[in-house]
Design a protein around this ligand. Structure first.
Ligand SMILES: [Zn+2]
Ligand SMILES: [Zn+2]
Ligand SMILES: [Zn+2]
Ligand SMILES: [Zn+2]
Ligand SMILES: [Zn+2]
Length: 193
């Protein structure tokens, strides 16, 4: 019986992600994806860890050769896992315009900086989802944009209040600058006498 939840959770990496078609022996026979955290059973068949553990909950035989499998005798293949991690993949945002490729192990780091990643607007209360590269443009109009006054007066400004903000810190700074200027003129005049 098909178990939609199990197929959603199943382990492997989507074959389509890879720049070069992955070798047949890197494909998990349970999920048909590229092995994620590969483990080897006593019969020497290899599966994603998640896939085989889920399989063994229902029957304790290898899905390839039907030999019985002892769940405590499956071993993670670290070397294989590492070499799969070095395989080149395309960005999952390729359809949105990202043309970058990188090794599988760098995928997470890339998604944190990918300009074509769909992210929620970071300003509280805003429900807009946008591409990371559009964030600056959006922030200029976002109703929920908030930023403390750059003068450090402690006021939190929105786009609406920013234009009207009469900052006491700024006024004081201007006043002090003018004052210094007047003093300088006065000193100069005194010296000139
Ligand atoms: Zn799998
Ligand atoms: Zn087997
Ligand atoms: Zn990308
Ligand atoms: Zn926003
Ligand atoms: Zn201010």
């Amino acid at each position: 019986m098909a178990d939609p939840e199990a197929s959603n959770q199943s382990g492997g990496y989507d074959v389509e992600q890879f720049v070069d078609t992955p070798d047949y022996d890197l494909i998990c026979t349970i999920c048909q994806g590229v092995l994620k955290c590969p483990v080897r059973a006593a019969c020497h068949h290899i599966f994603c860890k998640k896939c085989i553990l889920q399989w063994l909950k229902r029957q304790e035989t290898c899905p390839c050769c039907r030999k019985s499998v002892n769940p405590s005798l499956i071993f993670v293949m670290f070397k294989l896992s590492k070499s799969i991690g070095r395989m080149k993949v395309k960005c999952k945002n390729e359809i949105r315009g990202c043309s970058e490729t990188f090794s599988l192990s760098e995928q997470y780091c890339h998604s944190m900086t990918c300009m074509y990643e769909l992210i929620p607007c970071p300003y509280q209360g805003c429900r807009v989802q946008l591409l990371r590269r559009d964030l600056d443009t959006h922030a200029r109009h976002c109703e929920h944009w908030r930023q403390p006054c750059h003068m450090g007066c402690g006021t939190i400004l929105s786009h609406r209040t920013q234009a009207k903000h009469n900052c006491y810190k700024q006024l004081r700074q201007e006043y002090e600058a003018r004052h210094r200027n007047h003093r300088a003129i006065a000193t100069a005049l005194q010296r000139g006498r």
